[in-house]
Structure formats: C-alpha cells, structure tokens
Design a protein around this ligand. Structure first.
Ligand SMILES: C[S@@+](CC[C@H](N)C(=O)[O-])C[C@H]1O[C@@H](n2cnc3c(N)ncnc32)[C@H](O)[C@@H]1O
Length: 276
C-alpha cells in the first residue's frame, strides 16, 4: 500500500523568485563576521549546518561561506537553498564534501535545525510588511538555545554589488539581537553612506523621528569630529568616531571589530519606532 506521504505532491517553496545578481567575494565581510562571532557555536555543535538562503544565479557565496566557516569550525557544512530551480541545477556541479544545493524557500528544506541561516540581498526585493513574518519563520527553524548555547543565528542583510558597504541584522531563536555596519574604510565619505544598504526592515525608516536616522546622524557627527585622526588613516578615524558614538549608543563590540571597519549595535536601539 502506498503511504499518504509518498503520494502527496511536493509542497511549493515559500517565497518569490527574484533577481539572481551575485558576485564572487561579495559577502566576505559578512562571512568573516559570522566566523568570528558564531564560530564557537558552530565548533561546539554536533552537526554544524549553515544555510546560504537565496545564493543567486551562481553558487559563489555558498562556496565561500563554507571555506570561511571552516577556518573557525572544521566540520561545518553548507547547504545552498534557492527558490529558482534553474539556479539549483546550475549550482549542483559545484557540490562537494560539505557543500550541497537544494531547491526551496523560507521553509528551509534541510533536516533538523541549522546553526546558521544567512540571507544576503534576498529580502531587499520583498515588501517591508513581509519582513517580520519571514524573520519569525526563519528564527523558528534555527537550532534552539539550551543550557550551553544561545542557539542558531539568522544573518539577514544587504550590500552593494562588490561588497564594500554592508549592513545586516543578526537574530537568534528569540528574535533580533544586533545590527552590524561594515565598510571598506578607504571608500567611505561619511558613515551615512551606508544608509542605502540598510536591510529591508530599516531602509524605509531612515527618516526624522526614527532611531536609525538619529543613529546615522550622530555617527556622521562623530566622524566629522574625528577628522583630525584622518592623518593617521581612515581606520584610526573610524575607531575614534565609534568610540565617541558608544557614549550614547549601545555599541555591542570592541576595537578588534572596529579595526575591520565594522560596528555592531543592539537591535532595540535602532528598531523602527512607528508601526506602519
Ligand atoms: C540578489 S540574489 C542574492 C544572491 C546572493 N545571496 C548574494 O548576496 O550575492 C537573491 C536571490 O534570492 C533568491 N530568493 C528570493 N526569495 C527566496 C526564498 N524565499 N527562498 C530562497 N531563495 C530566494 C532569488 O531567487 C535570488 O536568486
């Protein structure tokens, strides 16, 4: 007798096919940050599975994520999940030990609960009103917290075509934790240059009265005040500006990350104030 499960048609992936734009090395800043802040959790996990959700028209970002995660967690595995079937077929020849590609969407078609879901430049093409439900769905798929672990991590954000400017939100099973701004310092005029790369949950909130707008305004002021440090290089200027900013904003990292042209801030401080 055939079981009902065997005869049930495959369910449709959750989500919408969008443009597949990607580039080699585009997500290096995000990859390195994940390896630094989540490497220990990945190392401790018995089966450290990471999902590169919406890897796009070519599998580069998934290949690179595996490489960078393995510097921190040698047993990490990456599953690239893409909603456009032709992009899955194009990626499959690149599958190898530790790297697999699957057709699917926000339901996350992997067995068990992954330690990491990375969604870069995916939600940007959805409506702002859809973000909260997608976050909730993805967070519910993460490895749960227990006495030894904070659980899995969802990293969702946006960058420019070649990854010079990048902003992402990190979420745990309990919800949003932090927002990270990361940039190539040599190409930065002022911190608010990063506004055009804010993730979908924040990009429409860069207006007076919203927290992210006040944050970028204060960051620009701190950057201007730190101008004398520019003679020691953009890195020293950034570090000085972030140090000043930390007097008024809950900066969650330290000089070791600031040196990379990064700063991470608690989500609650930047979260949208007015419901839409
Ligand atoms: C702009 S590309 C980003 C590629 C890569 N992540 C990057 O940052 O370079 C967005 C990709 O996400 C895919 N996508 C959109 N919604 C998705 C979903 N719900 N599940 C899986 N993939 C999705 C699109 O089909 C598209 O290929």
């Amino acid at each position: 007798m055939t079981s009902r499960a065997a005869t049930r048609p495959p369910s449709r992936p959750v989500g919408t096919v969008t443009r597949g734009t990607t580039n080699p090395n585009r997500l290096r800043r995000m990859d390195r940050w994940i390896a630094a802040v989540h490497g220990a959790e990945l190392r401790r996990a018995p089966d450290p599975v990471a999902v590169d959700l919406g890897y796009g028209a070519a599998p580069w970002t998934a290949v690179e994520l595996l490489h960078r995660l393995r510097t921190a967690a040698p047993h990490a595995r990456v599953v690239g999940v893409e909603i456009e079937p032709a992009r899955v077929a194009a990626a499959r020849p690149y599958a190898r030990e530790g790297l697999d590609f699957r057709h699917g969407g926000f339901e996350i078609p992997v067995r068990g609960r992954p330690q990491l879901i990375r969604a870069a430049n995916v939600l940007r093409q959805y409506d702002e009103a859809e973000v909260a439900a997608v976050w909730e769905r993805l967070c519910a798929r993460l490895a749960p917290a227990d006495g030894h672990s904070r659980g899995g991590l969802l990293v969702e954000g946006t960058c420019d075509e070649i990854g010079r400017r990048h902003v992402w939100v990190a979420l745990g099973p309990e919800g949003p934790r932090t927002v990270t701004f990361a940039t190539r310092l040599g190409s930065l005029n002022r911190p608010s240059d990063l506004a055009e790369r804010l993730p979908k949950a924040l990009i429409h909130r860069n207006v007076p009265g919203e927290a992210v707008h006040a944050f970028l305004r204060d960051f620009d002021r701190a950057w201007a005040a730190a101008a004398p440090y520019a003679s020691y290089g953009a890195r020293q200027r950034w570090i000085r500006a972030v140090r000043d900013l930390a007097a008024d904003w809950p900066v969650a990292d330290g000089p070791g990350r600031w040196r990379q042209g990064e700063v991470t801030v608690a989500w609650e401080a930047l979260a949208p104030r007015r419901p839409r």
